[in-house]
Write a protein that binds this ligand. Structure first.
Ligand code: ADP
Length: 494
């Protein structure tokens, strides 16, 4: 019997990747290609939707070639994608009417202010689980319809389609037949009612978006349509936004299970089960995924500056040559580190929400050297994660027993050990840290019957586990000092 494979696409903010996963859940091939970032004005970020599509297709073809597998043996295709990024295209020509407006783009801040002025903030919170912010797709669609010549008329005639990147890829991969998305992506548009699981008419009216533009919303593990490759039919069977896919890829299937991705920023998501939980602490409520007739929810919090602080040590202060080196220097600090770095370079996010805060260093003495500073910067990632997790546990009313980790900076053992120590929870780093793309592969593989969800849970291969070692007295003392430092960095600029 021939081997069976899943093809998983990871369409990220700076690059597109394609991965082949074998029946055992091992990645046997990976191809990656960057594409240009377009910055037309300060605060504006765009991508060319065709550059996205071409980079994705080119890596897809390359990875099949390189692994030398037969496309007939690919039994399913999964997609994970940068979330919220917005494409509007003409359904007759297949051409986008404007570049993709990327999640980072801030041009719709005024539209958000108007939504608030019109008293929609609470409605948005209750219906979509989100805060009013340019980050999400809704105001980006509105901007395109208002600013692209003839867009309004074309949308009124039903000629335009909107999609997040998953929808754009799906529509193209299915030869322009299927216009759909999954619950996790829909929940990031600021237009989707995450309780009733439908587009919200009140918000569509407020933003003047015709419902005819919007994709059908389906479960994340679902047969969306077919991709024909070399005459073979490959079912597109899984779709999820990147952070939700990582939560799935980490097998955080149970209520209370959480994962933290340590990249440039940190994204912390906790599965809250089939019950929707709203945050009292400035976190987002979002759909984790839809599978087997059920929808699962998550609480989400993000840290703006995480790995970026390590980049600052390297590129700004030039006291390390590489991110990896941070661990070597930090290890040189013996005993307790008296220094605290609060990396509030762009203000403080959840749970503090103080945009006037700025970065600060505390506890300097004549003995302070660069190693203290490096260690304190690494430790700040762990402290910020603890802040978010405390907020999350209050909201979810469930204690955390373990934290699953991924992302570039989770390679740092000193950081992971300190994370376990300061949380008083076990930190689990999987052997395969490609959790995002694995999430998409799993969703597709489950749908086509290659794997069962239970098998994924038990099969999950742990790389390394970090167990808390410090006393609760020490933990409390350290964390109290961090909180004191955060207080003092607040409200700095006028
Ligand atoms: P992104 O997807 O946001 O680009 P990655 O997951 O690729 O991020 O992680 C890159 C980030 O992780 C960088 O900010 C880098 O400084 C940090 N990083 C990478 N390796 C280490 C390490 N060994 N120790 C600390 N930070 C690291």
């Amino acid at each position: 019997m021939s081997q069976k494979y899943i093809l998983a696409l990871d369409q990220g903010t700076t690059s597109s990747r394609s991965v082949i996963v074998d029946q055992k859940g091992e990645i046997i091939g990976i191809e990656q290609q960057e594409f240009p970032q377009i910055f037309p004005k300060s605060g504006w970020v765009e991508h060319d939707p065709f550059a996205i599509l071409e980079s994705q297709l080119s890596t897809l073809k390359k990875v099949i070639q390189k692994t030398n597998i037969n496309s007939a043996d690919i039994v399913g295709l999964g997609i994970t994608n940068q979330r919220e990024t917005t494409v509007v295209w003409d359904k007759n020509t297949g051409k986008p009417i404007y570049n993709a407006i990327v999640w980072q783009d801030k041009r719709t801040a005024d539209i958000c202010e108007n939504l608030k002025k019109n008293g929609l903030e609470n409605h948005i919170r209750q219906t979509t689980g989100l805060v009013v912010d340019p980050y999400f797709s809704g105001t980006k669609i509105h901007w395109i319809l208002e600013n692209v010549p003839n867009a309004r008329a074309a949308s009124a005639e039903g000629n335009l389609l909107f999609g997040t990147i998953d929808s754009w890829l799906l529509w193209n991969l299915t030869d322009k037949k299927i216009h759909a998305t999954d619950y996790s992506n829909a929940s990031r548009t600021m237009l989707f009612d995450i309780k009733k699981l439908c587009w919200d008419e009140k918000l569509l009216t407020a933003l003047n978006i015709p419902i005819s533009m919007l994709p059908a919303v389906k479960p994340s593990s679902f047969h969306f349509g077919d991709f024909i490759l070399d005459g073979h039919t490959i079912p597109i069977a899984g779709i999820a936004g990147d952070q939700q896919a990582a939560l799935f890829g980490q097998a955080c299937f149970k209520k209370g299970e959480a994962k933290n991705t340590y990249g440039t920023g940190c994204f912390l998501l906790m599965n809250t089960g089939t019950e929707l939980q709203f945050s009292k602490n400035g976190l987002l409520t979002t759909i984790a995924w839809g599978i087997n007739g059920k929808v699962y929810y998550a609480l989400e919090g993000s840290i703006f500056v995480a790995g970026a602080a390590i980049q600052w040590l390297r590129d700004g202060l030039k006291i390390i040559n590489s991110a990896e080196e941070s661990e070597l220097f930090a290890k040189e600090v013996e005993g307790e580190n008296p220094v605290i770095v609060v990396p509030a370079f762009a203000g403080l996010g959840a749970p503090y929400w103080d945009m006037y805060a700025r970065g600060a260093i505390f506890g300097l003495t004549l003995d302070t050297g660069k190693n203290h500073l490096i260690k304190a910067t690494l430790q700040s990632l762990a402290y910020q994660t603890k802040d978010l997790l405390i907020a999350m546990q209050h909201d979810a009313e469930s204690p955390l027993t373990s934290l699953k980790v991924d992302g570039g900076a989770c390679a740092n053992n000193l950081l992971m050990q300190f994370q376990a120590d300061i949380l008083d929870a076990v930190v689990e780093r999987p052997k395969n840290t490609e959790t995002t793309v694995m999430g998409a592969a799993y969703l597709a593989g489950i749908c086509v019957g290659l794997w069962k969800q239970e098998d994924i849970e038990t099969d999950k291969k742990l790389g390394k586990t970090f167990i808390p070692t410090i006393s609760s007295e020490k933990r409390e003392r350290l964390y109290k000092r961090w909180l004191k430092a955060v207080e003092r960095s607040k409200d700095w600029i006028d």
